[in-house]
Design a protein around this ligand. Sequence first.
Ligand SMILES: *Cc1c(COP(=O)(O)O)cnc(C)c1O
Length: 290
Amino acid sequence: MKKLSLNKIVLQPIQINHFKIDVLRLDLIHPIVSGNKWFKLKYYLADFQTSSKKTLATFGGAYSNHIVATAFVCNVLNIKCVGFIRGEAPKTISSTLQNAADLGMQIQFLSRADYLAKDELMKKNNEYYWIPEGGYGRLGAKGAGEILEQINTVNYSKIICSVGTGTMIAGLINQKESAQEIIGINVLKGNHSIHSEIENLLLNKTSTYSINNQYHFGGYAKKNNELIHFMNLFYEKYKIPTDFVYSGKLMYAITDLCNINFFKTSDKILVIHCGGLQGNDSLPKNSLSF
Ligand SMILES: *Cc1c(COP(=O)(O)O)cnc(C)c1O
């Protein structure tokens, strides 16, 4: 299989309050296929290539990192792909979808009702190789678990990441050392099914983990001035850019948890920065200083 070329893995130590934290800068591995997206896609792509299907299809929103990452990887690997996008076609399409279309992805809009009936669409169109929304599934989790093999992670006591579909955290839980605690910062509000979605992907159902629901800022892709202000301050202080959907909320959460001494002094903390910076294109110009 032709390979995507990725930048080398960077681990950046920072200090918040008196806690020393290592940030795994997966935002830097690729400008478009950043963060966990390549890891979540790799086993689907390998499976696609051994299948008899000719076209790959997946789902996402208008600003989806998963959609643009899939479009990019399919372009590199010369795979035909279709992106089914939530919502009616707008007058002007988002820069994310424009990028995906420029990379050769066929974009098809679905009404909210049709989008909710995704399973029907998948059943009806079995000429496609389907990757579920956000890469959710066992193959996605298997690839995401390999994030912990990129550096030596065995000595961390706490590993913290943001949670969207729960695929990445499931992979991390499957891969972790037994004494390690994985903490997910949920960027969605009130999605009570997240635990069962994660648990469906776990190899060992007794694995423990925790999900923190305190830092969603009103829900998925919701934001306020406090979050944007924080992202600018965080960049000023550590030169780490974040996005307002995932990594901004994650870093806000870590900072707050350090400030309230949620961690023990003896904890060794790893934070996984999954990038997603292209999503900031949907913010008003000049909101961010980076
Ligand atoms: C996709 C994404 C996530 C969420 O990953 P899930 O596997 O869906 O939970 C987190 N952070 C960033 C930046 C992402 O792009």
